[in-house]
Design a protein around this ligand. Structure first.
Ligand SMILES: Cc1cc2nc3c(=O)[nH]c(=O)nc-3n(C[C@H](O)[C@H](O)[C@H](O)COP(=O)(O)OP(=O)(O)OC[C@H]3O[C@@H](n4cnc5c(N)ncnc54)[C@H](O)[C@@H]3O)c2cc1C
Length: 504
């Protein structure tokens, strides 16, 4: 299937400069938007549509942007129509699946947003253990139907995150040590390129593109379907184990998390204990280590595997039990609520006592009771995939560390929360390097390079040059198609378009 405008016929310059945008013929002839609407099987929502305010909202409530229009795609052909329209009219193009972009890049002022949130079809072949999902599907949308067949895919820790954004970045989930990243289970995909071609890709078909969408974060195309291998996981031993937060418990967690059997994946959130029925009153507001435990092996052996964590200290609360895998999402359901966030993330191989002390101290004095400092022990299956196999190269790192300020009242000033994140970041940063692209904010080109070691970066840039030579897909952690030494010869600096959109 093809709705191609060959790359050779694409305009030499596709400007994302929003001042230029006002000069495009689109603004002079708004009827063109109607022509796009007429070609879509889905809906085109414009600022005068009653649905506009709802459609431009994402999970981060500080994002209050007014796109030119939102194309709620029904299928890949709709996506291709929107891509062709944006490219041919010089209109900036943003892509939204689940709307959880930590960099706030899925809704952009003045852009045409390709909104895939209505593309939620999930098809499961239980015999073949394969799921075909559309990009607007969330982790939760997939987990339930898969569990009905005793199957699961390791995605993220929160039910509402979209498979489109999560998968294109990599996907670090509850079973990463046993079943690898989400992309390690991706067998094939359907992608719409900047030329408007709808391509079926796999390791045998367009292997360069298939390599790049597994970690390249939306730089090379818009994914319209994902085909995954599912794991035989129904019941797990899982839930939340809450321990007092001390240097010893944190150190004990970090040591064990990477030494445990692969069947045990954990995510430890340093938080202020919430006022919840399972939390003793004397602990509420105090720093605790809330460890999300997911054991996928023999259920009888699970207790033994979790025992070293329970032995680190007398638990404040222990909700670890045999349960269906999708119930893991009940422990993080609050992350899916609208919120503001300020985040800094790094990979680390060792963490100093000074960093652990700084983290506990920061949590004691957090600017918001909803903030967290997240530690994940990695390794296992994720580390056994060769670094060059996908565009996610940080395979051998031991720890994922993220400072995440979270606030729930839109009236709060983000500045105090951002200052909290920045202060902690300054203290722990010497222990880390490298970042997971899906946990980057808009932190500049140097940090994008931290997400991609040089070999990966250069290979991604080559794929970008081939499939998106004018950088139509620029609202992402951008890998420009032009070489570093082009001395600004590119149509316009990516940083400039972000700044114009108010997010630089
Ligand atoms: C509360 C919360 C919890 C999280 N937990 C985890 C976790 O446990 N593990 C983990 O790995 N990540 C996690 N993340 C990060 C998450 O993977 C990224 O924020 C991801 O980009 C969100 O995907 P989305 O589709 O919801 O976002 P969107 O905002 O819709 O998209 C984000 C970006 O992804 C790209 N993109 C989206 N859809 C497509 C597509 N179909 N084709 C090509 N590019 C596309 C675009 O560049 C877009 O700007 C979490 C994020 C949040 C907010």
């Amino acid at each position: 299937m093809s709705v191609a405008t060959p790359a050779s016929e694409m305009p030499a310059v596709v400007s994302g400069n929003l001042l230029d945008l006002r000069r495009t013929h689109l603004f002079e002839r708004p009827g063109d938007v109607d022509s796009l609407a007429a070609r879509l099987r889905g809906r085109l929502i414009t600022p005068d549509s009653p649905e506009f305010d709802g459609a431009r909202r994402v999970v981060n409530f500080t994002v209050d942007r007014r796109p030119l229009a939102i194309a709620q795609a029904a299928d890949a052909d709709d996506v291709a129509e929107a891509v062709n329209f944006a490219r041919d009219n010089g209109v900036p193009l943003a892509v939204r699946s689940g709307g959880h972009s930590l960099a706030q890049l899925s809704i952009i002022d003045g852009a045409l947003v390709v909104d895939l949130s209505r593309m939620k079809r999930v098809r499961i072949d239980p015999e073949a253990r394969i799921a075909r999902v559309q990009p607007g599907t969330t982790s939760g949308d997939l987990a339930g139907p898969a569990n009905a067949h005793g199957l699961a895919l390791s995605t993220g820790d929160t039910h509402s995150v979209g498979m489109g954004g999560l998968t294109t970045g990599g996907g670090i989930g509850y079973m990463v040590r046993k079943y690898g990243l989400t992309i390690d289970n991706l067998l094939a995909a359907q992608v719409v390129t900047a030329a408007g071609d709808v391509l079926d890709i796999s390791k045998d078909r367009h292997p360069d593109l298939f390599w790049a969408i597994r970690g390249g974060g939306g730089n090379v195309g818009i994914v319209t379907e994902l085909t995954f291998r599912l794991a035989p996981v129904g019941q797990i031993l899982g839930g939340e184990l809450m321990l007092p937060a001390t240097r010893e418990t944190l150190r004990g967690y970090l040591d064990y998390a990477v030494a445990a059997p692969d069947d045990l994946t954990t995510i430890a959130n340093l938080i202020q204990a919430p006022p919840a029925p399972h939390v003793p009153a004397e602990w509420v507001g105090k720093p605790v280590l809330a460890i999300l435990v997911c054991w996928t092996g023999d259920l009888g052996a699970g207790e033994q595997a979790v025992a070293p964590l329970r032995a680190l200290a007398t638990p404040v609360a222990d909700l670890v039990a045999v349960r269906p895998y999708p119930e893991m999402y009940t422990f993080t359901a609050h992350f899916a609520e609208p919120h503001g966030a300020s985040i800094r993330m790094m990979f680390a191989d060792d963490l100093s006592d000074a960093s652990l002390d700084a983290a506990i101290d920061a949590m004691t004095h957090a600017s918001s009771p909803y903030s967290l400092i997240q530690f994940r022990g990695l390794g296992g299956a994720m580390a056994r995939v060769p670094e060059e196999a996908t565009a996610f190269a940080h395979r051998r790192r031991r720890y994922f560390v993220a400072a995440i300020a979270v606030w729930l009242d839109p009236a709060e000033n983000p500045a105090s929360h951002e200052a909290w994140t920045a202060a902690l970041w300054e203290k722990v940063r010497p222990d880390g390097n490298g970042v997971y692209v899906n946990f980057l904010e808009n932190e500049g080109p140097e940090r994008v390079r931290e997400a991609y070691p040089p070999t990966t970066y250069d290979r991604l840039a080559a794929v970008k040059r081939r499939y998106d030579p004018t950088n139509l897909f620029r609202f992402n952690q951008n890998i420009p198609p032009w070489p570093d030494d082009s001395n600004g010869a590119q149509p316009e600096p990516v940083g400039a378009s972000l700044a114009m959109a108010g997010i630089g």
